[in-house]
Design a protein. Structure first.
Length: 411
């Protein structure tokens, strides 16, 4: 078979059922697809919402600002699917959540998976003109129009797509005076190994983890359910020793955690574990929290003082629960109990669904090291969600640029 013939057959398979457009409103989503005269089923979260021959369908009665997963099946004789498309998207938000400064949190991201392609489209972020797209850690594109299509996918492989971008801190949603913006630049200028530009750039990382294409495209009746989720958020200091920037303090050194990324390490500054159990009714949410001991040493590195900061700065709020999903907010602000210094601050919003879907977003200082992991009843081993290396203790200052991240999956 010639290369031209194989390409023509591939295009024919793509064109046999293809999404033309998706329109999102606050309470409804409309799908337009291209396909021959046939019978189609549209499912939302495994529930049948339409069956017929139309190629334009509107799903109504939805909640604003919520993610939804859809399946379009083209039927054949015996009511078996001959073609399947999976879609993840979200309804529009009436007003952005002003309680969160994470611009990624309410961003509408649409992902489409077929047996021959993966496509992603997202709302633009103000102040960003170009996005870098990575697949399994390798950059595959730079785009300006907030979308891309990957035609080079294989059925037996899984893929992780990461969309990365940066923008000047002066364009941030958080209040930033010109004076604070200038201070951030000055700190960056004098920080060894950093640049003034680096200190005033907010960084964004939007990640979609897709299981093997053949598994994602399973018929609806083959979908499984999860009974338990666990999310672990740890902050730690990579170095063995850290010098106190206050030269006149008798506490000259602090003990670090002396390690790299490791979900099971018992050396850390703080740790928060979120556990969600689905018992067939309302999911149960539990938070475990712990703070490592801070140890200070003198010039000869002899122990001077040690103390453990309060756990009270680690808090969880259950925002919404149903029998199928839970939404929780985790906030964290824990400081050094021995000296006056900025606290380690971060915020997380986690959506955990009983069908195995998750959507987790966060914002944190760019110091110290941050690591976030997840596991569930189907995958009982820790899987990394987000890992960020410290840029130096100076980056804990409120004048410095933050890091924004969001990770979701497609199963």
């Amino acid at each position: 078979m010639s290369l031209k013939t194989r390409r023509q057959q591939r295009l024919a398979r793509i064109n046999s059922l293809m999404i033309k457009s998706i329109e999102q409103k606050e309470n409804e989503i409309t799908f337009h697809w291209k396909g021959e005269l046939a019978s189609y089923n549209l499912y939302r979260e495994g529930e049948l919402v339409y069956s017929g021959s139309d190629t334009e369908v509107t799903d109504t009665g939805l909640l604003p600002g919520q993610p939804y997963s859809y399946t379009i099946e083209k039927k054949r004789a015996g009511n078996r699917p001959s073609k399947i498309i999976k879609i993840q998207t979200a309804t529009a938000t009436a007003a952005k959540d002003k309680s969160s400064v994470n611009v990624l949190q309410d961003l509408i991201v649409t992902t489409i998976v077929t047996d021959s392609l993966v496509s992603m489209e997202w709302e633009p972020i103000e102040g960003i003109e170009e996005y870098s797209v990575y697949r399994n850690g390798e950059r595959i594109a730079k785009v300006k129009d907030c979308r891309f299509i990957d035609n080079d996918v294989q059925a037996n492989k899984d893929y992780t797509y990461s969309i990365q971008a940066a923008r000047p801190l002066v364009l941030s949603e958080k209040k930033m005076s010109e004076e604070k913006f200038a201070i951030a630049g000055i700190i960056g200028f004098f920080k060894k190994g950093a640049s003034e530009k680096e200190a005033v750039l907010e960084r964004f990382n939007l990640t979609k983890r897709i299981g093997t294409i053949e598994n994602v495209l399973k018929p609806v009746e083959q979908l499984s359910e999860e009974t338990e989720w666990m999310v672990r958020y740890t902050t730690f200091l990579e170095n063995k020793w850290l010098k106190n920037p206050n030269f006149f303090s008798p506490l000259r050194y602090f003990k670090g955690d002396n390690r790299g990324f490791d979900p099971d390490s018992q050396d850390y500054r703080t740790r928060a574990d979120i556990r969600v159990n689905y018992n067939g009714q309302s999911p149960q949410v539990h938070l475990s929290r712990d703070v490592g001991k801070t140890k200070a040493y003198g010039w000869m590195r002899r122990l001077k003082k040690e103390e453990t900061a309060s756990e009270d700065g680690i808090k969880i709020e259950t925002v919404n629960t149903t029998s199928e999903k839970v939404i929780v907010h985790l906030t964290h602000s824990v400081g050094n109990p021995l000296v006056t210094s900025p606290a380690i601050d971060y915020k997380v919003r986690a959506l955990l669904f009983s069908n195995g879907f998750f959507d987790i977003s966060g914002i944190h200082d760019q110091s110290p090291h941050h690591e976030i992991y997840i596991k569930n009843s189907s995958h009982p081993y820790w899987q990394p969600l987000h890992q960020a290396e410290s840029k130096g203790l100076e980056w804990m200052s409120t004048t410095m640029a933050d890091q924004f991240w969001r990770v979701s999956n497609f199963i």
